[in-house]
Design a protein around this ligand. Structure first.
Ligand SMILES: O=C(O)CCC(=O)C(=O)O
Ligand SMILES: [Fe+2]
Length: 293
């Protein structure tokens, strides 16, 4: 398998790339590489180090989430001054992530939009969940309650582990191979179900055929023990104080180990890509020979 990771030696969040380098990096991302930025550190202030603990989670939550559009934080136990400081830290990460994507992918600038950010203070290894929710199993990202009609999911991750522990991932086979393998196992949606899910507010908006297929690919791959054991993959370690970017709706990935991660999600319309042929929407439309969103 070709190397799924492509490395870029930038050390600042806010420096634009030369336009040829930016186009090359953007195309690498679109073709399914993880763009690894080993020298790009999201530095925490001394006063922010105390947030590196699961105790700031609320109840059984696994992540603190932050919505940069509303400056709203959720799933945290932090109150008053702590809460304001945690918001500040996450808002700064969101802004840095946006500056980074704008500099590496200037072509996307006016077309991409913010999704949620998350802070993940729980050790990933050995965390108990159902197979469907288990991100230590290879999958592509798709959000069951947020249908997106083919919008690309581009995510920026920073490992902020203070003890030098890497974030350990596996990168799976190319999207096309995975989709060909599982396409026959995608059941047709139950008639009326997309309407009903929206009506009952289980989904935010209407689930398109694209969303249905992506969810089914996600669940089918995760439930398939043979696939999880034996499919091709590359082991990747993202060191502490490094950053990486990846279209997680295209790149099969799993997170095996690591603690203390910041993540920001962006959405990008398919026509804003340099080459739409690499969009899961277009690949699936080719396989199914019909329009899916
Ligand atoms: O927590 C991680 O390292 C990544 C988990 C994952 O699969 C994701 O965020 O999409
Ligand atoms: Fe994922």
């Amino acid at each position: 398998m070709t190397n799924p990771v492509s490395t870029l030696e930038i050390a600042r969040w806010d420096t634009p790339l030369e336009s040829a380098a930016a186009a090359a990096a953007t195309l690498e991302l679109e073709r399914g590489s993880v763009l690894f930025l080993p020298r790009l550190d999201f530095a925490l202030a001394a006063s922010e180090r105390r947030f590196l603990s699961p105790r700031w989670l609320e109840g059984t939550a696994k992540n603190v989430s932050y919505d940069p559009r509303r400056a709203h934080i959720a799933h945290t136990s932090a109150t008053s001054h702590d809460r304001a400081q945690l918001v500040e830290m996450m808002a700064r990460f969101s802004q840095h992530a946006r500056a980074l994507v704008t500099n590496v992918c200037p072509h996307y600038q006016d077309k991409m939009s913010y999704g949620l950010a998350s802070f993940r203070p729980v050790e990933t290894r050995g965390r108990e969940t159902s197979r469907k929710k288990d991100d230590t199993r290879l999958h592509v990202d798709t959000f069951a309650s947020r249908p997106n009609q083919g919008l690309r999911i581009l995510r920026v991750f920073s490992n902020v582990n203070p003890d030098g522990a890497p974030r350990v991932w596996e990168i799976g086979e190319p999207f096309d191979a995975m989709a060909q393998r599982f396409a026959r196992r995608v059941p047709p949606p139950t008639p009326g179900s997309a309407w009903l899910l929206e009506k009952l507010h289980i989904t935010k908006g209407r689930r398109s055929p694209y969303d249905h297929i992506m969810l089914s690919l996600h669940d089918t791959a995760k439930r398939d023990d043979d696939y999880q054991r034996a499919s091709p993959r590359t082991h990747v370690e993202f060191p502490a104080q490094s950053t990486w970017m990846v279209f997680t709706d295209r790149v099969m990935h799993s997170a095996l180990a690591g603690q203390f991660l910041l993540e920001q999600t962006f959405y990008l319309p398919v026509p804003a890509m340099l080459d739409e042929r690499y969009a899961p929407l277009r690949i699936l439309e080719n396989i199914y020979q019909r329009q899916l969103a």
